[in-house]
Write a protein that binds this ligand. Structure first.
Ligand SMILES: C[S@@+](CC[C@H](N)C(=O)[O-])C[C@H]1O[C@@H](n2cnc3c(N)ncnc32)[C@H](O)[C@@H]1O
Length: 434
């Protein structure tokens, strides 16, 4: 008899985003409460492995670890690897953060680095501002990234310490606040300044206050968490967690190695997951082996036209094929060209990823996917149904499922205003078994 899973609304509630969790807001995922209720109701044994192949800010890995379960988080965006690692910092480390940040700031003040003329931060900040931010970043790197993390071809981001990751997150947040004038109405989108626009100028004191203030806030939130654990007499047993920088289209999951998958795949709503973290990618640029553009192309849901021709695969299922037909023949501009090709890219990458996910799942193992539907102009993109059909193609059977209505849709799809369509979106929680 398969255990029935407890499914509460995945929606992130603003009021619940306080304390430690509040420092990792990034783009839409699901709440910790949703993940906790679900994982607890699955009654997994201690030895179980939980996987999130699209781990984002790491809600799954954080929750699984705090429940004492082993977990693996995968993401293609290096920023999200750092964010997910920071989130795992044990509360016992709270006391180290502030002295470390003070040392880093004092080293930076006494010797700000000579900036490379092509430093990615110069895309946003004037030279003095960029140099001070780079100085903080360099000092985090020098003092906290040990030899274990380095290889001849660079830094293994997935091995950096929780402390280093936390200080990076504090610096990300400080930079994010500085570039606020470039935020657009879409909360996930940060536009890059145009060549003739004034770049941001901030004093050393302002930058230091931003960074230091974030570290103080994170320390306080961690300390609060430690106190709460003590009050509840929670034994701090935490599971092993590996966060790994990898592409689900080609990920190398061992066969039958995963007990439970909990994830929300990239949406099919033209959210550019790389553009959402542009400033963080600029901070991390010296550690990266790729460019923002190359990363953007590789993402599922990429807004760039794929470099190769993609064939429709019958295995994507009836719902997907008729959606693609309607999209291709839609009379509006670029529907049969750009939009058709980027959607083909999405379904192709999703299907390949689902195949690998199913391969990694143990027989009898379960996979829970949180998926949102959307509209392309007036055509309904019933993504939950499409994912269910792609899952079936790769040997996953849909069991329990629950739909929640959302008042607003997180998309920047064309035609939002000019076409008649229902308001909001449906977020579905799909539970598969292999
Ligand atoms: C909807 S978000 C996941 C949100 C997550 N549940 C959370 O709580 O933050 C989807 C994630 O998929 C990642 N992604 C997109 N394409 C990918 C790929 N090919 N391989 C691995 N991760 C990818 C994005 O970087 C993004 O972090």
């Amino acid at each position: 008899m398969v255990k029935r899973l407890r499914i509460v609304s995945p929606k992130r509630n603003k009021r619940l985003q306080t304390g430690w969790e509040g420092f990792f807001p990034y783009y839409a995922g699901y709440s910790e409460l949703f993940a906790r209720e679900l994982l607890q109701s699955a009654k997994l044994p201690r030895s179980a492995v939980v996987l999130d192949p699209w781990n984002g800010s790491g809600t799954t890995t954080y929750t699984a670890t705090s429940l004492g379960l082993n977990s693996i988080g995968i993401d293609l965006n290096p920023v999200m690897i750092i964010v997910a690692r920071a989130r795992l910092l044990p509360p016992s480390e709270a006391d180290h953060l502030r002295p470390l940040a003070a040392t880093i700031l004092s080293h930076t003040r006494s010797a700000p680095p000579a900036l490379q003329p092509d430093d990615a931060l110069l895309g946003w900040f004037d030279p003095a501002t960029a140099a001070f931010v780079r100085g903080i970043e360099q000092n985090i790197r020098r003092s906290l990234i040990g030899s274990m993390t380095k290889s001849p071809d660079g830094v293994h981001l997935d091995r950096i310490s929780g402390t280093a990751a936390t200080l990076y997150v504090a610096l990300f947040a400080a930079c994010r606040r500085l570039v606020a004038p470039f935020r657009s109405s879409n909360p996930t989108w940060l536009r890059a300044p145009k060549a003739d626009e004034a770049r941001i100028s901030a004093t050393q004191a302002t930058i230091a206050r931003g960074f230091g203030g974030n570290v103080r806030g994170m320390t306080a939130a961690l300390a609060e968490k430690r106190e709460a654990d003590l009050r509840l007499k929670k034994v701090p047993h935490s599971g092993d967690c590996r966060v790994s920088l990898s592409d689900t289209v080609s990920m190398d999951l061992a066969a039958n190695s995963v007990d439970f998958v909990l994830t929300s795949p990239p949406y099919c709503t033209r959210i550019d997951y790389t553009a959402a973290t542009r400033i963080e990618l600029a901070v991390l640029a010296p550690l990266l082996k790729t460019t923002e553009r190359a990363l953007g192309r590789q993402m599922i849901g990429s807004t760039q036209v794929p470099g190769v021709e993609i064939e429709v695969d019958e295995g994507w299922g009836e719902t997907c094929l008729s959606f693609l037909d309607a999209l291709k023949s839609h009379p509006s501009k670029a529907s049969g060209g750009y939009y058709y090709r980027t959607h083909l890219d999405y379904f192709d990458k999703m299907s390949r990823s689902m195949k690998r996910l199913a391969f990694g799942l143990k027989p009898g193992g379960r996979g829970v996917l949180v998926v949102q539907d959307s509209y392309y102009k007036d055509i309904h993109n019933d993504l939950p149904k499409i994912i269910a059909e792609i899952g079936a193609y790769h040997g996953l059977t849909l069991g329990q499922s629950k739909a929640f209505h959302l008042r607003s849709m997180s998309d920047i799809n064309p035609g939002r205003r000019s076409y008649v369509r229902p308001s909001g979106a449906t977020e579905s929680v799909l539970c598969f078994t292999k």
